[in-house]
Design a protein around this ligand. Sequence first.
Ligand code: IPM
Ligand code: MG
Length: 357
Amino acid sequence: MSARILVLPGDGIGPEIVAEALKVLEALNREAGVALEVERSPIGGAAFDAHGVPLPEETLERARACDAILLGAVGGPKWDALERDSRPERGLLSLRSELGVFANFRPAIAYPQLADTSTLKPEVVQGLDVLIVRELTGGIYFGQPRGIRERRDGRREGFNTLAYDEDEIERVCRVAFEAARRRGGRVCSVDKANVLETSELWREIATRVAARYDDVELSHMYVDNAAMQLVRAPKQFDVIVTSNMFGDILSDLASMLTGSIGMLPSASLDAFGKGLYEPIHGAAPDIAGRGVANPLATILSTAMMLRYSLDAPELANRVERSVGQVLDDGLRTPDIESPGTTLVGTREMGDAVVAAL
Ligand code: IPM
Ligand code: MG
């Protein structure tokens, strides 16, 4: 198997965690007889500093040309005061939108080894395996018009638009139903249909899609209740499908069920299986450069890349088993540390995964 992978380290802890994922890819090149060719491009604040824009044209072109993309994280206080279009986050949002990666898979799996790392009781999270399918290229993140304007009374107001058309809802729901078919056979569609018209349509389309999957059970839940249920009894969920912003919020929430946001990978896929792979956490500027960030979410994102874009499920399993192995061995970065375990830094964690491979 050969493939071209574009790596976008980004900002903050991005370069550190991506470096560990690259070690894993290099190890596969050496030992698994694959030829993964890696290129690198700037994105986010790093791209703004070098090229004056958070998503340079060349980065986008290379992203279009490669087989899969691995991204670290973007953002940081250094760029917060820039105009909105120049900010690092805009680079990431434009990349997602330009690539059309509308289906964002965010699995939250509670590793048994980390059961006491979660702030919730072990029995609540033990065995948890929920997949959040977040719509990623529409909704309030992208709706027009948007802005901050001055009203006639001289007061300023901020405004955004939440809109979804039928096709956008339908395609992400289908992806969720297909995924559910290969796992627990249940989809919970999360919305705010008691208040929002967008959600009313969302619910109608989800129900219409469900009619074509008689082997998958559909339920609906309001997002406020879903937030509560995720903390109360998270194991009731199999696949959750939801809009861009609700998915953003619920996936951070779900990450804490697993012990740390440093453990959650993601895959964002277009209609043809091309994907952008990134940990769900941000650039964590407070710990950047200190060598303490958890690289496992990025390494697990690499496993998702092997599975979904490079058609190498056995290599994906191998990477995931290696992560399990280092956790079994008691190695922990600070975010997942608990009594009786061995504290390690970013690099040692990456090296340990490579050794386990
Ligand atoms: C995420 C992040 C991004 C988002 C930010 C960095 C723009 O929070 O991937 O969840 O809101 O989508
Ligand atoms: Mg987020």
